[in-house]
Write a protein that binds this ligand. Structure first.
Ligand SMILES: [Zn+2]
Length: 252
């Protein structure tokens, strides 16, 4: 396998936000990694697969205290969680983080490929990466290290960055403790895997369709200007309602 010359790609987003994506990860597992800059601190929303150090990549955002938030415990969102000093997760998933037993191996098995049949996703690679980070990288040794959360949050709690303030919104369904981060003053909402503009997954361990429908009803009522999801491109309120309604209809 070829050696990657550059692992992360950065995009500047409106509202003091930077998006990082891992270009050598299979699209199904390529989560959106967000950095939000505040006056007194920065916030990281999700940390990718952890094949390559995210902390090394975002040194320029470490000049202030950085709070790493996991929208949920799935391994494509918490791969580098352990690298950060401040680690936030919802209380429903706090026990899943240490030890961590949910690593998705990089080698794709037949059984694993079958799990995605009918979901709208195609797992068409033999390995979840199309390049290795360095010569001699051992694909089989990949595992997400465990890390105790340093702060366990629930609905209504807040992440304070000084001049910016994000409210935790509990959005279960995809996973039991998926959380959203809502900045009322700007209308920015981070949703993790509760909603994004692609096939939504509600057939995983810990998924719950009834909770998911309730989450969709709640999401529709939030007056967002923009939704930054766990995967795929961002979107506005009209698309949020469309996606939520499409899910509710599909499960009714
Ligand atoms: Zn997920």
């Amino acid at each position: 396998m070829r050696i990657a010359d550059k692992w992360f790609v950065r995009h500047s987003v409106d509202g003091g936000i930077t998006l990082l994506v891992e270009q050598h990860i299979h699209p199904v597992f390529r989560c959106n990694i967000w950095v939000v800059e505040g006056r007194d601190g920065n916030m990281l929303v999700d940390s990718g697969m952890g094949v390559v150090s995210l902390r090394d990549e975002i040194q320029d955002f470490m000049d202030k205290p950085l709070t790493a938030v996991a929208t949920h415990y799935h391994s494509d969102h918490v791969g580098s969680f352990h690298e950060f000093d401040e680690r936030v997760i919802h209380q429903a998933e706090a026990d899943f983080m240490s030890p961590y037993d949910f690593t998705v191996p990089l080698r794709v098995t037949e059984a694993y490929r079958d799990d995605f049949t009918g979901t709208g996703y195609t797992l068409d690679w033999d390995v979840l990466i199309d390049a290795v980070p360095y010569d001699g990288y051992d694909i089989e040794s990949y595992a997400v290290p465990g890390a105790e959360p340093t702060r366990i949050v629930d609905d209504g709690d807040r992440i304070d960055l000084g001049d910016r303030n994000f409210e935790i919104i509990h959005l279960p369904g995809h996973s039991p403790g998926n959380l959203g981060l809502w900045e009322e003053s700007t209308g920015i909402l981070f949703t993790g895997d509760s909603i994004y503009d692609g096939p939504l997954l509600d057939n995983l361990d810990g998924s719950n369709v009834t909770d998911y429908i309730t989450t969709m009803e709640r999401l529709k009522k939030i007056p967002v200007s923009v939704v930054h999801g766990g995967h795929d491109p961002s979107f506005g309120h009209e698309r949020l309602v469309e996606l939520a309604d499409a899910y509710i209809t599909s499960r009714s």
